[in-house]
Design a protein around this ligand. Structure first.
Ligand code: CAP
Ligand code: MG
Length: 399
């Protein structure tokens, strides 16, 4: 494949033909504008966008726009986004437009992708095929470093594979990163010596563009074994900058706070799919894509396709671990695995720390739910001789 091909859903306003609207998008994003211009010289036309496969789709239309590779500055993600996902969203004669996916030619991916990927993260934790269980320390802000570390210990000893900061916790006064990180790592070392298990801690290094590398380096020096970046608020290049630094060499957990402002509307904005591709090419090792059963809005088919985009072969880049998170609890685990498969991280904040018997029991209940699902035993049956799971199901569900 030589060119990049972006697929859009769109709905023109009344009186506007789909052909006109599709052409307007192609021109706005490449060599044209709203009117004829005398400066569009003949030699410029090799950069024109081409309209392809215009078809009806629901109450609107779907179209592919072929963008010549030469229009891109190789390796400049902000520039890529300006082409696929720039002015077109504001064109007033088009009522709604949503970028659904982008096919990238190899030439536009001058990146190494994930350093660890699913296999590498599994190797660190010591698993082969079961889903990983993660937790977000809750409350998301407010705990001091000592209590954060205690909660991390309880979750780790209870059985989680991954602990992460929440998106709004970075380096505030009440819980400075330089205090929190060593204390959490100390607890995880303790868990390692007690159980032999390695538990990852994704410390949130999200910050201003000119500071993120420094923060990643500090975290590495302080013993971090995983880093978390919030990709939409930090910008996609934040992943690249950290992933490409040879001195860091840590797996990257990619959270996506604010994505729903862009992805949620089924008619307008950008679907999660292109973001999955960008995160994979830029070097994220695990990425939130949503849950089947949880609290956040989702489209099931899009979710399944997003997870495939992360896990199926693509341009020889390592796969990315999809993270199911948001309102998840042990009662939902079987459905998640059934629909999304076992190359999955099941992450629960409230669903672990809200367990009637506390964090440790909550973590154990999540692991028990995973074991039950992997053995294809109904949760309620498994819960009969697994008290932590039983208590969780009593609180949240009996499925
Ligand atoms: C989950 C979470 C995550 C969401 C984000 C939260 O906590 O920490 O940020 O999962 O959603 O703050 O809601 P709970 P997504 O387990 O307590 O719900 O992964 O879809 O971006
Ligand atoms: Mg959160």
């Amino acid at each position: 494949m030589k060119d990049a091909v972006a697929t859009y859903y769109f709905r023109p306003k009344e009186g506007i033909t789909p052909e006109w609207a599709a052409q307007a998008i192609a021109e706005e994003q490449t060599t044209g504008t709203w009117t004829d211009i005398s400066t569009r010289e003949e030699y410029v036309h090799y950069l024109d966008g081409q309209v392809e496969n215009l078809v009806q789709s629901g109450t609107g239309y779907q179209v592919s726009i072929r963008y010549p590779t030469e229009i891109f500055e190789i390796g400049n993600i902000p520039q890529y986004l300006s082409v696929f996902a720039g002015n077109l969203f504001g064109l007033s004669r088009i009522a709604a437009v949503r970028l659904l996916d982008v096919e990238f030619p190899k030439e536009l991916i001058p990146y190494k992708g994930p350093k660890f990927g699913i296999e590498g993260v599994r190797k660190l934790v010591g698993t082969t095929d079961r889903p990983h269980v993660g937790t977000i320390i809750k409350p998301k802000v407010g705990l001091n470093p000592e209590d954060t570390a205690s909660v991390a210990y309880e979750a780790a000893i209870g059985g989680v594979d991954l602990i992460k900061d929440d998106e709004t916790l970075t380096d505030q006064k009440f819980c400075p990163l330089a205090k929190r990180l060593p204390l959490v790592m100390e607890k995880l070392d303790q868990v390692k010596s007690q159980t032999g298990r390695t538990v990852l801690y994704a410390v949130n290094i999200s910050t201003a563009g000119d500071k993120i590398l420094e923060r990643a380096e500090q975290a590495k020096e302080m013993g971090a074994n995983m880093l978390m970046i919030d990709v939409i608020v930090c910008g996609f290049d934040a992943i690249r900058v950290v992933a490409e630094d040879p001195s860091i060499n840590l797996p990257l957990h990619i959270h996506r706070t604010m994505h729903a402002a862009i992805t949620r509307n089924r008619e307008h904005g950008i679907a999660m799919r292109p973001f999955c591709r960008l995160v994979r090419m830029l070097g994220g090792d695990q990425l939130h894509t949503g849950t089947v059963s949880g609290k956040m809005e989702h489209d099931m088919q899009e979710l399944i396709g997003d997870n495939r985009t992360l896990t199926h072969p693509w341009h020889a880049l390592k796969s990315v671990f999809p993270v199911a998170s948001g309102g998840l609890h042990p009662g939902g685990v079987a459905d998640e695995i059934k629909t999304l498969g076992s190359d999955l991280i099941l992450q629960a904040g409230g669903g672990i720390h809200g367990h009637p018997d506390g964090t440790r029991a909550g973590a154990t209940a999540m692991r028990q739910a995973v074991d039950a699902a992997m053995e294809e035993i109904p949760l309620v049956t498994y819960a009969e001789d697994h008290p932590e799971l039983k208590r969780a199901l009593e609180k949240w569900s009996k499925t």
